[in-house]
Write a protein that binds this ligand. Sequence first.
Ligand code: SAM
Length: 334
Amino acid sequence: MNKNIENKRPALIDPFGRRIEYLRLSVTDKCNLRCFYCMPDGFKDFEHKESWLTFDEIERVVKTFTELGVARVRLTGGEPLVRKNISKLAQRLTNLAGLDDLSLSTNAVLLDKQADELCHAGVSRINVSLDTLKPKRFKFITGGPLQPVIDGLMAAKEAGFSPIKINMVAMKGINDDEFEDMVEFCLQHDFTLRFIETMPMGSTSDEASKRYINLQSVKKRLAEHYDLIPGFMPSGGPARYVQIKNTRLRIGFITPISQHFCETCNRVRLSVDGTLYLCLGQEDKVELRPLLREGINDEELKTVIITAIEKKPEKHEFNNKHHQVVRLMSMTGG
Ligand code: SAM
């Protein structure tokens, strides 16, 4: 969906010379799963409905970002598919002249019923979180059943999404005997696989740290079983890719801890309550909701966003300020 207006766009450049061209948009902080490293069991501190940006407000903010050169948006959460009529929002966003790419991160529990309409609404790419293929283990990690996720993945494949990326958080003592199984599953279904290092976020920090695996060791281990060659993935984000020789399977490694990628960070995040977070691992933020509801005009909104980008921190400090980050991933928009 290249709308061919790239060279007319201004650019949002942060103080470190990084071009901000990607917005991760959380449409809800609620989730229908409770992954123990993401949202603690019994967690209730959700945003009230009055604080959620409405679809009109979201569209307005995204339109403003596109006018500032942001051409790619990802819907995320919480679990984005629990927000009602999400494909209607997707359609409104893909109708925006400046948006080239709308993607979605989901746990796929509700994807079975929604894959077709999301595809028709113009969502181009889907990432599905899946840490295990074992039903009992899935229940332990997430609190929910595995089968709806598998059904959702198959529906996405059927609907024609390509690529479909599986995001697997690698966890010591939890799923570290399953990396090869997941490779085989992705080979079988023509999915792309990405491993993710656990990050210390909010009250789940200790658990995440306890389970942490340096992904360099995972890559080494896979290299003992498979012939890995350097790989490339268009719009691959921060993942570093390899490919299994003579197959289409690309495997990405997202290593926020062992090898951070902040110097190439091109993104900011908007949470469901309209807070613009400038870094996943820092507190720097600007609250857009009050401004939107007080009647800020379009030019002023642009100025607020440009000024916010000037405050984007250089990097996260997960490694040296271990207990610094107070937000859960689901609050920011993962
Ligand atoms: N519900 C959607 C999903 O499952 O993809 C979108 C939101 S979820 C918060 C996004 C991703 O963040 C998931 O892949 C999840 O595994 C990951 N995540 C959450 N907390 C994390 C943590 N502490 N460390 C690493 N990854 C985490």
